[in-house]
Design a protein around this ligand. Structure first.
Ligand code: 26V
Length: 822
């Protein structure tokens, strides 16, 4: 028998109840008789904060004493979602809080619903950062997350006549109980201006950057409680303000209004999260955002380093690791170089050595349009000194490293140059990141293979061992324990309560996969979760669906490469078959979508519109006897994912092979007992390895086949004319069947799949995809077999615990020592 672990806080429900009431009265100035749910939420958060901040202080004291290497996770995005229920679970106080609130006449789930999502991210990359800071704290590693304190997170999505419209998201309009401002750690950020060369008496030369403007970075700290609360780390988010005294003269000259507009300009920098997650637009404000938060973070890191180590730069990299979450924070490399050389007086060689042992870079995408290239002229205007430094990094890289490896090869120098010369001069941020980092990683095995083979083949030759794989993971605390309490309780009962940290323990349930009683329990939980979702669907969309249907779910950003349009083609195929034969024997299906489109991404918005229009028609067509329903849930976000994922039977992971770097939704869905229909792409491949080929519905072209079909010259018309059903559904989109009186409204989708070349090979994969869905229909009828497969999927997800990912980062990249509180 294992020893009962002690809880982080020995707090009774009674005690917690008193604390909540205390905060309701004294922090919020209200009273039990008149408090609304929002106030109860706020009071509960405050009661929890009291406990958490104590541990935060302890953690910081213990860090500065032990002074071991810490990782600084730099990311433009942290998609945190809600914090209350997560923090309660991590503090192992959820039960007590539930009881306390119940005694006060409140339902904890309803209270948690009051919390706005912290939607400071677009999708996979931002949510990954959130899972990783949870795991870092859980494993007791010293870590800080650095990001931007956006006033507005990702836009709120509404549908109007089926079209997406974007509304501002104001997650902290009336304050946020989790964050604390740290005015004592404000940083100053220079921008624009010019560089002066100052010649010293000894003949040496020094560069001085005279900034044209200064911003102020104000840090807001959010405590990150790991599971079991071994320590409390912090997420530090920077808010931009006008620099000290910068509007003083204008102000004194009676320019109060002008001063206000300068103030507004400065505050614009952290105003809003860019809602694109694939196209680089080269916007000045985005570059300033990146530099602003990198400059604040690097200065913050240096301040802490100096406090402990003075100017002993020899040990810098022993104390500091900086992880670049994609290239977005890559400007922190020339920023650190600038400070070390221009302000600390280090030689170039020494400063470069420091950087090369400090930075590591994670690549999250191979899509060429998502690779960041900044125009040299923009750089020159905004960050003149950084451009000089990048030139010098590039010169030395080409003249020493490239020259040594490929002597006299000018073509190679042109190819690997950090500055792209043809078609407008650009800074290639990915090359800058690879050259400056001591490790570069991809996020799933296949992705890393392609990063080496297709994205950075020469760098991979030049720097052996630099590119490594760390397969993504997700936190089982949020994505199973908190999101699926019933299944969690079943696992507690079956494999013990250690699984939230040791997710491999779920495997102990495998012997029960064929057990009828266990299957019944497992599927009854799924059914309960589906019933809850049925209500949510009704409330959000007005559509009635039955929990007896297969819930087939595709939730992710809307992107042509993720192929929501392929899902739609299959739905149209089923609809057509049903219209031809209303008695068709099929298991009823509900196709559920959740997806936001980048506001400027026309085709993505067209696909949303088409799905909504098809849904209108299908859901109101009595001929098909409810065998088919289509639901597009508006405003997909973390808190909605937490409701959808536990209710899924089928998980759609259908990207064109080679284009989805990893995917993480695929892991969350399988963990909650959904079966994957997917291509051999990203982490799907590793999921298939874990669950076995018989427990996953794989279809379509693999990476090699995609490559070869593209090489041969892909012709979508071959598939169009060669497949009568495919032709019929595509032609259907040209009619006004789904948009009565407005023919052609959905034609762009057909055009993109035929005339515009079907870049993502939907038509090539169409038949395989339909066949895989037919196999699902057959499999679902065998309820025992389906239950067994669902159990196997869930129980085999141990590998995809983000704690495992973080341990991989620690072992291969960061080399940290765990420092749990005593
Ligand atoms: C890219 C860009 C391009 C420039 C404009 C602003 C912007 C903002 C975000 C991004 C990120 C795109 C990369 C991304 O989210 N990749 C996803 O990363 C996940 C975590 O590794 C992975 O599971 C997904 O497969 C991958 O698409």
């Amino acid at each position: 028998a294992t020893k009962k672990q002690t809880k982080p806080f020995d707090l009774s429900a009674d005690n917690l109840q008193q604390r909540i009431v205390h905060h309701l009265r004294s922090t919020l100035g209200t009273h039990e008789n008149k408090a609304n749910d929002k106030a109860w939420w706020n009071a509960t958060c405050s009661a929890i904060n009291e406990l958490v901040f104590e541990k935060l202080t302890d953690t910081q004291a213990s860090h500065s004493k032990q002074d071991t290497r810490a990782v600084n996770y730099l990311s433009l995005e942290f998609l945190m979602g809600r914090l209350l229920s997560n923090n309660l679970h991590n503090l192992e106080l959820f039960g007590e809080a539930e009881q306390a609130l119940k005694a006060l006449g409140k339902d904890i789930y309803q209270v948690c619903e009051e919390e706005p999502d912290m939607a400071l991210g677009n999708g996979g990359l931002g949510r990954l950062a959130a899972c990783y800071i949870d795991s870092l704290a859980t494993l007791g590693y010293p870590a800080i997350g650095y990001g931007i304190h956006y006033e507005h997170g990702l836009f709120r999505q509404e549908f109007k006549d089926g079209h997406q419209i974007e509304r501002p998201d104001s997650w902290r309009e009336y304050g946020n109980p989790w964050e604390i401002c740290r005015p004592e750690s404000v940083q100053e950020v220079p921008l624009y201006g010019y560089v002066e060369s100052v010649f010293e008496d000894d003949g040496s030369m020094r560069k001085v950057w005279h900034a044209g403007r200064k911003l102020k970075g104000v840090p807001w700290d959010i405590p990150i409680v790991g599971y079991g609360a071994k320590l409390v780390n912090v997420l530090r988010l920077w808010e931009s303000k006008p620099g000290e005294a910068f509007d003083w003269d204008v102000f004194n000259a009676g320019g109060y209004v002008d001063a206000q507009s300068e103030k507004a300009q400065a505050e614009t920098v952290s105003k809003v999260l860019y809602p694109n997650d694939s196209t680089e637009q080269g916007k000045e404000l985005r570059l300033i955002q990146q530099y602003f938060f990198c400059a604040c973070s690097v200065k913050d890191i240096l301040r802490r380093f100096k406090r402990a180590n003075g100017n002993n730069w020899d040990v810098f990299a022993d104390k500091v690791a900086i992880q670049l979450n994609d290239t977005h924070p890559a400007i922190s490399v020339p920023e650190l170089m600038r400070i070390l050389i221009d302000e600390e007086g280090l030689t170039w060689a020494k400063a470069w050595d420091v950087c090369r042992h400090t930075f590591a870079y994670t690549n999250h995408t191979l899509l060429p349009e998502a690779l960041e290239n900044w125009s040299v002229s923009l750089f020159e205007r905004v960050l003149p000194r950084h451009l000089e430094i990048i030139y010098e990094i590039n010169r030395r890289f080409l003249e020493t490293e490239v020259e040594a490896k490929w002597p006299g090869d000018d073509e190679m120098k042109r190819k690997l140059s950090i500055i792209k010369e043809d078609g407008g001069r650009m800074v290639r941020m990915a090359y800058l990141s690879v050259v400056s980092s001591y490790k570069v990683n991809g996020v799933a095995a296949i992705h890393t293979r392609l990063v080496k083979k297709d994205l950075f083949p020469e760098f991979n030759e030049l720097y052996l061992e630099k590119i490594v794989n760390v397969t993504n993971g997700v936190t089982p605390r949020r994505w199973l324990k908190a999101a699926n309490p019933e299944l969690s309780a079943l696992y507690d009962k079956t494999v013990g309560t250690g699984w939230p940290t040791q997710l491999n323990l779920l495997k102990d349930a495998l012997p029960k996969a064929k057990d009828k009683k266990f299957q019944k329990e497992f599927m009854a939980i799924k059914h309960d979760n589906k019933l809850r979702l049925v209500k949510e669907i009704k409330a959000l969309t007005g559509v009635d669906v039955s929990a007896d249907a297969i819930f087939d779910i595709q939730i992710k950003r809307l992107h042509e490469y993720k192929r929501q349009q392929l899902n739609l083609l299959h739905i149209l195929t089923l609809y057509r078959r049903l219209l031809a034969n209303p008695e068709l024997d099929m298991v009823p299906r509900v196709f559920i979508f959740g997806a936001k489109a980048a506001p400027g991404y026309h085709m993505a918005k067209q696909i949303i519109y088409a799905i909504n229009k098809v849904a209108d028609k299908v859901n109101n067509d009595p001929r098909i006897q409810d065998k088919l329903k289509v639901v597009f849930m508006p405003n997909y976000r973390v808190s909605l994912a937490e409701k959808l994922i536990p209710a899924a039977d089928v998980s759609e992971q259908i990207s064109t092979a080679g284009l989805e770097a990893s995917g993480t939704g695929n892991m969350k869905l399988a963990l909650n007992g959904a079966l994957t229909i997917g291509t051999l792409d990203g982490a799907n491949i590793e999921i298939a390895e874990e669950v076995g080929d018989d427990n996953i519905f794989i279809f379509g072209l693999n990476v090699d086949q995609v490559e070869s079909i593209k090489r041969q010259g892909y012709n979508p018309y071959d598939y169009y004319y060669g497949n009568a059903e495919l032709k019929a559904v595509l032609d259907w989109l040209d009619s006004d069947f789904f948009t009565p009186g407005h023919p052609g409204e959905l034609s762009d989708i057909k055009r993109s799949l035929l005339e515009w070349g079907d870049q993502y090979l939907c038509l090539a994969d169409y038949q395989g995809y339909c066949d895989a869905h037919a196999r699902i229909d057959v499999a679902y009828r065998d309820t025992a077999k389906w239950a067994e497969m669902a159990i196997i999927n869930s129980a085999c997800m141990g590998k995809f615990n983000s704690d495992r990912s973080i341990q991989d980062y620690v072992d291969t990249i960061w080399h940290l020592k765990a420092c749990p509180l005593g």
